[in-house]
Design a binder for this molecule. Structure first.
Ligand SMILES: *[C@@H]1O[C@H](CO)[C@@H](O)[C@H](O)[C@H]1NC(C)=O
Ligand SMILES: *[C@@H]1O[C@H](CO)[C@@H](O)[C@H](O)[C@H]1NC(C)=O
Ligand SMILES: *[C@@H]1O[C@H](CO)[C@@H](O)[C@H](O)[C@H]1NC(C)=O
Ligand SMILES: *[C@@H]1O[C@H](CO)[C@@H](O)[C@H](O)[C@H]1NC(C)=O
Ligand SMILES: *[C@@H]1O[C@H](CO)[C@@H](O)[C@H](O)[C@H]1NC(C)=O
Length: 437
């Protein structure tokens, strides 16, 4: 603060000197000669004016800063006047103008006194300013000392209240053990901070800082540790569970496409709720219904938005980005229609890559149009037929796992697709669980 003021003072003084210089040189050139026979009256009146102004300034303000500001200005003006007078004295010294010399000497004396006065005022102000600065430096250290005293006092109080609580058998809410505000933004972060957190409901902060009540699965899944957020689950084995409204309910406890004469996809969206994730771990168990044809979806294109397989397509975002595909083959013992089958293999579209499971529920040589094959559920890794073994026996099965290598808040979409009508084929979902982190 003081430094800035001082720069301002210097600037102001500089202009002030220029002004004086300008006026003086005007005055000098206005006088015909500088021969010392007399002191130029215009110059003298200018000097008198300056002195009056300076003396006004000296008498003026009592405010430390503005006073020192005007004092510095005055000091510059005075110094300049002194030089001017000195020069006059020299020029006039050879002349016999005693009266002029006497005036100049008197002015010089006034100037000397004023200069001394201003200098002492300035010193005084500076002393006061540095005293203020010292106080300003002392304030933060005083505050921090107070803070540490308060903090040690509150920690003592805390210990004391715990001792008292123990004494009277009262339990206190322990802030250090319960996850509390500020909210963390993932189940994983909660588990990192409190490694013994059990699975259950927690509040998370979404990307906009809003609180979200979510289920966190804290035990290891997909071999990638705990801290997973569940975004979808269905368990049709539970008699109280109902199919999401867009699906048709099968009596065995499964959800399929509504009756249709043609190929169709029926989708359900699992909202991310604006919480970031980069990994997906999930499981879908279903049943083959009728003559599903695996990856041999003859009636549809191989476009990600169409029924590119008979089975289930998991994607995220819009446009759709592939996560995992669960394919219902034709039969496990003969024409499989699975991409990796030993009998009648059909390839998956390139966007699927190796991110799929394929299995059939039918173990006859040819599937029946109207049968729901409940004895061999799909994608559980069990009951793999001779022609589909490599598609059906996979490392994590029934779980599938993807890591994107980037984070997103995309919603996840699950579509149940078949390229022909329900009188020919369908896929029925018995259960699913989708976790993200
Ligand atoms: C003296 O002060 C007056 C009013 O503040 C100003 O107009 C005048 O220019 C000043 N004279 C000099 C020589 O500084
Ligand atoms: C005054 O006189 C001295 C010596 O007597 C001389 O050196 C000097 O130049 C003179 N000054 C003027 C302004 O005439
Ligand atoms: C004014 O001060 C100067 C030194 O700054 C000194 O040489 C001069 O004699 C002084 N004048 C009077 C009249 O005291
Ligand atoms: C606290 O509880 C214990 C047993 O739980 C009991 O023995 C003890 O007397 C209790 N203390 C007080 C102060 O009530
Ligand atoms: C599904 O519900 C049944 C019946 O309540 C239960 O026995 C089974 O463990 C549940 N399955 C899952 C994966 O939660």
């Amino acid at each position: 603060m003081t430094k800035v003021s001082f720069i301002e003072v210097k600037m102001y003084s500089y202009y002030s000197i220029l002004l004086v210089l300008c006026m003086t040189s005007y005055s000098l050139s206005a006088s015909s000669t500088l021969d010392g026979t007399c002191v130029n009256p215009t110059t003298l009146s200018f000097i008198e004016n300056s002195l009056t102004n300076i003396s006004d300034q000296l008498k003026g303000s009592s405010n430390g800063v503005s006073e020192s500001l005007s004092s510095v200005t005055s000091l510059f003006q005075l110094s300049f006047l002194k030089e001017l007078i000195g020069s006059y004295k020299e020029k006039s010294s050879n002349s016999s103008n005693e009266e002029g010399l006497a005036i100049l000497k008197r002015m010089e004396l006034i100037l000397n006194t004023s200069t001394a006065d201003i200098t002492s005022k300035l010193e005084d102000t500076n002393a006061r300013l540095s005293a203020i600065e010292q106080q300003q430096q002392d304030i933060p250290s005083a505050i921090s000392s107070l803070q540490s005293q308060v903090s040690s006092l509150s920690s003592d109080l805390n210990k004391l209240s715990r001792l008292l609580a123990k004494h009277v058998n009262v339990s206190l809410d322990d802030e250090e053990e319960a996850p509390s505000s500020p909210l963390l933004s993932s189940c994983d972060a909660i588990l990192s901070k409190w490694p013994n957190s059990p699975s259950g409901y927690y509040n998370l902060a979404d990307v906009n800082g809003h609180s979200r009540h979510v289920y966190c699965h804290m035990e290891t899944l997909c071999g990638k540790g705990g801290g997973w957020r569940r975004i979808a689950s269905l368990n049709m084995t539970d008699p109280n569970e109902k199919c999401p409204t867009q699906f048709r309910t099968y009596g065995v406890g499964a959800c399929g496409r509504p009756v249709t004469n043609s190929g169709s996809c029926v989708g359900i969206t699992f909202p991310s709720r604006d919480i970031k994730y980069s990994q997906v771990c999930g499981k879908v168990i279903g049943y083959q219904v009728g003559r599903t044809n695996g990856a041999a979806a003859r009636h549809a294109s191989k476009d990600i938005n169409s029924a590119y397989i008979d089975g289930i397509s998991l994607t995220h975002g819009n446009p759709r980005k592939h996560i995992w595909t669960l394919i219902s083959g034709h039969t496990g013992t003969a024409a499989s229609d699975c991409p990796c089958a030993s009998h009648t293999p059909y390839p998956v579209p390139s966007f699927v890559g190796s991110h799929y499971y394929c299995e059939a529920g039918c173990h006859n040589t040819r599937a029946s149009k109207t049968t729901l094959y409940s004895s061999d559920p799909l994608w559980d890794g069990n009951g793999c037929g001779s022609s589909e073994t490599t598609c059906c026996q996979r490392t994590l099965i029934p779980w599938f796992y993807r890591s994107f290598g980037y984070s997103t808040t995309d919603n996840i979409e699950m579509r149940l697709c078949c390229d022909e009508g329900t009188s020919n084929e369908d896929v029925a979902m018995r259960e699913y669980e989708i976790y993200i982190k």
